[in-house]
Design a binder for this molecule. Structure first.
Ligand code: GAP
Length: 519
């Protein structure tokens, strides 16, 4: 029997214990909302970022990438609307000795169990009063709710003052708009096309929580996908995804005052035909982002798409669907895919006085392209999803088995000498393998203990060097997920491992199966 992870705290403890993620500056008492990735976590995080970049940028002819700076001209954030309205609603405890601050919508969700995302301050005040919601620390009433802007500010240059104030970016997106003209010209892009970027973003979250789920410093992987304003339903790739099925909850199925209807399953064709998803492009991006997660091993039905209700949409969005994941604390946003229309380009045209339009050869007129979909993935939330999905507490083995996809696993191959006497032979094999794969040599403790250590960090294959290696040129490979073993020739080991890691051959056909006791 295997148990899945039950609480997010259990995952945080596991990540710390096994070297995936640490609370930041813990030796000084830590700082809420900041985390450091350890030796194995940084590998997994890099692997998922590389795979996203390869899938959505390098392997596509219609997407190019950029790498913009974190600090940018502050007017960018005025134009984008973030300086004015990128805020959450906060309530502060009325007790002057306490003054605890909580994010109002989250507190309502927690206490009253109904979604409050996007609720206005007025409604929040009424909900707090009606339900007598009080400070979790001292039990006093709260002061009336107020907006709290989530942008971190900093100082650029030696002079302090409002002239040198700048923001740390709260999303990577805006750099795709400010560099729009140069990128289009340099890459000779023709609509439809996307501009992608991954990197750090910062939000001064009122109550960071849920381990990596809500941090103050995090990473995003984003694409702004631009189309001709009249081409909402002219997606050339639509046939690829029409049969793609997903769990969904549209805006009508959510009623913030009463019971929400449970998610249903439908194909993209059905959702488009019924007008539930309004544009082909939205359906396309929702599907291929979902596929990206499942191709990397995540369970398809642990995801659903949910349409934003009118009150929760961002200031720039015409329609937004989130790809949600079933976290241990419920369905929560993993990816936001907004239709940003021409909002951002128009704003930057107005504020910068630069022409960011394109010339449409067909109509011989200038057009401002629309961002029909902005797939915006959180790196840290994605990391969490892959870890949660891969985590199996195997009662029979007596250890955690982290069934990470080989592409994500921080170590691909473990190499063990059966006994210490075989150290030299095993080291020689290890030194050769590590030129091709991330490998780890382990000679301490029993072989069983070494397998358990490898299982816990998700190592897909372990190679054991025994006396047959020396005498017959044979080694044993053990499969993490099944514990089955095969024997292969030493001079074919690299090729076999390569094919196994690329999932090009089945494990039991890759060598001579070792019979389990009693078989
Ligand atoms: N450019 C659009 C945008 O930033 P968003 O829904 O605010 O949209 C996109 O953020 C994604 O970034 C989220 O779906 C989530 O994965 C990640 N994200 C946002 N805030 C986060 C936070 N405080 N901690 C960790 N990840 C976060």
């Amino acid at each position: 029997m295997t148990n899945k992870i039950k609480t997010i705290d259990e995952m945080a403890a596991f990540c710390k214990r096994k070297g995936f993620v640490y609370p930041n500056s813990e030796i000084y008492g830590g700082i809420a909302g900041f985390f450091d990735y350890g030796p194995y976590g940084s590998e997994v995080k890099n692997n998922l970022k590389q795979d996203w970049w390869k899938t959505f940028v390098q392997q596509r002819d219609d997407v190019v990438g950029i790498d913009g700076s974190i600090i940018t001209h502050p007017t960018v954030w005025v134009a984008s609307g973030h300086a004015g309205s990128f805020a959450d609603i906060m309530v502060t405890c009325s007790n002057p000795k306490c003054k605890t601050k909580v994010r109002a919508d989250q507190y309502i969700e927690e206490k009253l169990n109904f979604p409050a995302d996007g609720m206005k301050a007025e409604t929040i005040n009424a909900v707090f009063a009606e339900n007598d919601l009080r400070c979790p620390e001292c039990g006093e009433k709260f002061l009336p709710a107020n907006d709290f802007n989530l942008m971190f500010t900093t100082q650029v240059g030696p002079e302090e003052g409002s002239d040198s104030m700048a923001y740390l970016r709260p999303e990577t997106a805006q750099l795709m708009f400010t560099n729009f003209r140069l990128v289009v010209e340099n890459s000779r892009l023709k609509l439809p096309f996307g501009i992608a970027q991954m990197g750090k973003a910062f939000r001064n979250e009122i109550s960071p929580r849920g381990f990596l789920f809500r941090c103050r410093e995090f990473e995003q992987m984003e694409i702004e996908y631009f189309i001709h304003p009249d081409a909402n339903n002219k997606c050339p790739y639509i046939d690829e995804i029409l049969n793609h099925k997903m769990l969904y909850v549209d805006a009508k199925m959510q009623d913030t005052e009463g019971e929400n209807l449970p998610e249903e399953k439908a194909s993209m064709k059905q959702l488009l035909d019924k007008g539930i998803i309004m544009t082909q492009w939205h359906a396309y991006w929702l599907s291929i982002v979902h596929e990206w997660y499942t191709n990397l091993g995540a369970t398809p039905d642990n995801f659903r798409i949910r349409q934003h209700v009118a009150t929760e949409k961002s200031h720039y969005a015409l329609d937004t669907w989130d790809l949600e994941y079933h976290f241990p604390f419920g369905w929560k946003e993993l990816v936001g895919i907004a239709n940003r229309t021409d909002f951002d380009l128009k704003q930057h045209i107005e504020y910068s006085k630069n022409d960011l339009s394109l010339f449409d050869e067909e109509t011989k007129t200038k057009i401002i392209p629309h961002v029909v979909a902005e797939p915006s993935l959180g790196v840290d939330r994605s990391f969490l999803v892959f870890m949660i999905d891969a985590y199996n507490d195997d009662q029979e083995r007596g250890n955690i088995v982290l069934k990470l996809h080989p592409k994500l696993a921080p170590v691909k191959v473990g190499v063990f000498p059966l006994v210490n006497k075989l150290h030299d032979e095993a080291m020689e094999i290890y030194n050769d393998l590590k030129k091709s794969f991330i490998a780890k040599y382990d000679k301490s403790g029993s072989v069983g203990r070494r397998y358990a250590r490898a299982d816990e960090i998700g190592t897909p294959y372990c190679v054991t060097v025994d006396f047959d290696t020396k005498e017959k040129g044979l080694v044993t490979i053990r499969d993490r997920d099944t514990t089955k073993q095969i024997v292969v020739k030493l001079d074919e080991l690299k090729e076999v491992l390569d094919k196994l890691l690329k999932e090009e051959i089945e494990f039991e056909k890759a060598g001579e199966p070792v019979k389990a006791k009693g078989e």
